[in-house]
Design a protein around this ligand. Structure first.
Ligand SMILES: Nc1ncnc2c1ncn2[C@@H]1O[C@H](COP(=O)(O)OP(=O)(O)O)[C@@H](O)[C@H]1O
Ligand SMILES: O=P(O)(O)OC[C@H](O)CO
Length: 490
């Protein structure tokens, strides 16, 4: 057995697999995009079979790109888009309904009703979350109530529920393991983050039979064995993607924070063994659980970051590639008063407004594509500032932010981010931090690393962006953003 780790990163728009060596270097990777389904306004679905097929193909491609065989792989780590909800038949492994994606808002009315009944405080106290359709709980109830026979079959123990990690684990172990980890469980609205147990009162509230649920394990644990690649490989870690990036960025000390810019944007701040109760509508979540010990985090979740750039490319056809936004933004001295609020699926933290919709404001006869592209990138910076303002309100001021995700190759965006936040934005050598985090935890479980300290010593900075904008400029621009957001609120 070699000391390579195969890391599976199942994201919202593509499935990826990366082989890492012990030093955290990439040896080979594979990636496949898959189809997004928007069957109705506010609905977003994936085909679970496509999630599986693209994952499997990516793993095979990564092994082949690294010129390695299954026998060289010490273990597999799994990281995944979180909250996305799948129910499958335990006998056949087939899903009974498409995966309902985290961005899906179909249960907004129901979660609003629960809120009106005054249930949010109870739910928040136990889960650290809010009553929002983002999380898995109401999506699972919807499947049980809307797919013929699902509730009876669930009660009879014939069906299994899982977030994408559990579903992949089931497939990778050929139906032998039904488990999740504490980070993924902490996004379901059904899991008590203080007792680390599925919570009977929450299961009652959402009317979920216990027989559906996976076992909850540590993020580095013995999850089973995969024999699909020609040798038996232990699956040694599972962790939600934003938490995995927190590990990949080595944010192991309280006060350290990372921000990931992919489809959405997620800021995660390590709060150590304290589950802070946010007064500013941030989430309290499990950062990782190792050897039964929980490290908590505060999280700010933005639903649309890179997805707005994708919309410029695929929806409006204003650009040919995401990378073009940098030259376009640089080609004009300012956005000329234009603000783009990308509330395509409502607004996440700190607004939590599922009914808000997007807008481009401040258009004049002079507005051109460069201004819109620049406003699009700026919206990512302003939304991050909204989160950091909320964190500051909760007593956490962030001076250094470790950044990663597909968007951080954009140097203009990174400089603008540092200017908007008035903090240093540190880009690491390896920006595939999500896959890296899952690999590190698998390596920890298998004894390739002795401790988190050893993992932290592997983190290397590629570039740090320092703020240069005047305070007056920064504040004037941000106030314009707040006014624009005020215009799209429901
Ligand atoms: N140079 C760039 N400038 C701005 N945005 C970019 C750039 N390159 C990629 N992106 C955006 O980054 C996102 C892809 O990041 P990635 O981390 O792969 O996303 P995910 O894991 O959510 O699928 C896309 O939405 C894309 O529009
Ligand atoms: O697939 P990503 O990288 O956009 O991440 C999605 C998040 O996990 C949703 O909570």
């Amino acid at each position: 057995m070699g000391d390579y780790i195969l890391s599976v990163d199942q994201g919202t728009t593509s499935s990826r697999a990366i082989v890492f060596d012990r030093a955290g270097r990439i040896c080979g990777s594979g990636q496949q995009e898959f189809q997004q389904f928007y069957p109705r306004d506010g609905w977003v679905e994936h085909d679970p079979e496509e999630i599986w097929a693209t994952t499997l193909a990516s793993c095979e491609a990564a092994l082949s790109a690294a010129s390695l065989n299954a026998g060289d792989i010490a273990g597999i780590g799994i990281t995944n888009q979180r909250e996305t909800t799948i129910v499958w038949d335990r006998a056949t492994g087939e899903a009974i309904y498409p995966a309902i994606v985290w961005q899906d808002r179909r249960t907004a009315n129901w979660t609003a009703e629960l809120k009106e009944k005054g249930l949010e405080a109870t739910v928040s106290k136990r889960t650290g979350l809010l009553l929002d359709p983002y999380f898995s709980g109401s999506k699972l109830t919807w499947i049980l109530d809307n797919v013929a026979g699902a509730r009876q079959r669930a009660e009879a123990g014939e069906l299994a529920f899982g977030t994408v990690d559990s579903y992949l684990l089931w497939r990778l172990t050929e139906g032998r393991s039904h488990a999740t980890d504490a980070t993924n469980a902490s996004r379901t609205l059904l899991f008590n983050i203080h007792t680390q147990q599925w919570d009977d009162e929450l299961l009652n509230l959402f009317n979920i039979p216990r027989a559906l649920l996976p076992e909850v394990k540590d993020s580095a644990d013995d999850f089973g064995v995969c024999s699909l690649f020609g040798a038996a490989i232990p699956i040694a870690s599972m962790i939600g993607d934003q938490q995995a990036a927190t590990v990949g960025q080595a944010c192991f000390e309280p006060g350290m924070a990372k921000s990931t810019y992919g489809t959405g944007c997620f800021v995660v701040l390590n709060t150590g063994d304290k589950a802070l109760n946010s007064q500013h509508r941030l989430l309290t979540t499990v950062a990782y659980r190792l050897a039964g010990k929980v490290t908590y985090a505060l999280e700010g979740s933005i639903f649309v970051a890179g997805a707005a750039v994708q919309w410029l490319r695929d929806g409006l056809h204003l650009i040919g590639s995401a990378a073009e936004t940098q030259a376009l933004a640089e080609s004009v001295p300012s956005a000329n008063g234009v603000y783009l609020v990308p509330a395509f699926t409502g607004l996440g933290a700190p607004y939590w407004d599922p009914d808000a919709r997007g807008a481009i404001l401040g258009l004049t006869r002079d507005t051109g594509i460069p201004h819109i592209a620049r406003a699009c990138l700026e919206s990512v910076c302003y939304q991050t500032r909204d989160l950091l303002e909320a964190m500051a309100g909760d007593g956490a001021s962030i001076e250094n932010l470790r950044v990663d995700g597909g968007m951080v190759v954009n140097n203009w965006l990174m400089q603008r981010l540092a200017d908007t936040l008035a903090c240093h934005c540190q880009r690491p050598e390896i920006t595939e931090t999500t896959a890296l985090g899952a690999a590190y935890l698998a390596g920890l479980q298998l004894g390739l690393y002795r401790s988190l300290e050893e993992i932290a010593s592997l983190w290397q900075q590629e570039h740090s962006f320092a703020p240069t904008m005047s305070e007056m400029d920064r504040e004037t621009r941000y106030h314009g953003w707040l006014r624009a957001v005020g215009r799209v609120r429901s």
